[in-house]
Design a protein around this ligand. Structure first.
Ligand SMILES: [Zn+2]
Length: 212
């Protein structure tokens, strides 16, 4: 079993699966974060160290290939994206890519700065998939509906446009309140603003992330 990153909504099954004998695999930073106390600053959320049975048994730092069910699964670490331990999985034969939380489809993404995440890293991860995916590749986001390459491109363009706008305003010395008041997400809110992060929260997150 593979963890795409350490967040509890993607690792919460580890303990039960570990007890059932599953071999848990993840980037080494996932193991590090799961084995110590965690803190997601943006939500003020503390997490406890996981019991040993819930920790990845195989911790990798480079690309990894699984030969399973007649398919080849290529796992690649993408540095400093949604967190510092994200993996993207390409199912070569079935032409499927699982992007973990580097891709939120049709809802504003959360980027966990306090776990080493960066906007630039998410954009780089997305660009890597856009380069290798075909028009009929099925792309699984960490949150939101199943997607195509075209959907991923729309996500990339939204994130690049909004973060570029906010970066410009930070350079111009604008405060968080001024940036929120300028509504940099206005034309995207109809499609993207009804999910996990409402528009103002998304802007606040990007502002704090880019200010670092
Ligand atoms: Zn996550």
């Amino acid at each position: 079993m593979l963890n795409t990153h350490w967040h509890f909504d993607h690792t919460g099954g580890n303990e039960n699966l570990g007890k059932a004998g599953a071999i848990i695999v993840a980037h080494e930073n996932v193991r590090k974060r799961l084995s110590t106390e965690g803190f997601i600053e943006f939500f003020g959320m503390k997490t406890k160290p996981e019991p040993k049975v819930a920790l990845p048994v195989v911790a990798f730092t480079r690309d990894l290939t699984f030969h399973l069910n007649g398919d080849e699964l290529v796992v690649s670490h993408v540095p400093r994206a949604h967190t510092d331990g994200d993996s993207i999985v390409r199912f070569r034969k079935s032409n499927v890519v699982h992007m973990g939380d580097t891709f939120f489809n049709k809802l504003y993404p959360f980027i966990d700065t306090s776990s080493g995440g960066t906007v630039a890293g998410v954009l780089a991860a997305v660009d890597g998939v856009l380069k290798t995916a075909g028009d009929d590749t099925k792309i699984i986001p960490g949150h939101g509906p199943l997607a195509s390459k075209a959907d991923l491109k729309v996500y990339r363009d939204m994130l690049a446009a909004v973060s570029g706008n906010i970066r410009g305003q930070i350079k111009a010395g604008k405060s968080l309140e001024q940036v929120i008041a300028s509504k940099p997400t206005a034309k995207y809110d109809e499609v993207w603003g009804k999910g996990f992060l409402p528009p103002e929260k998304f802007v606040e997150m990007l502002y704090k992330n880019l200010k670092k």
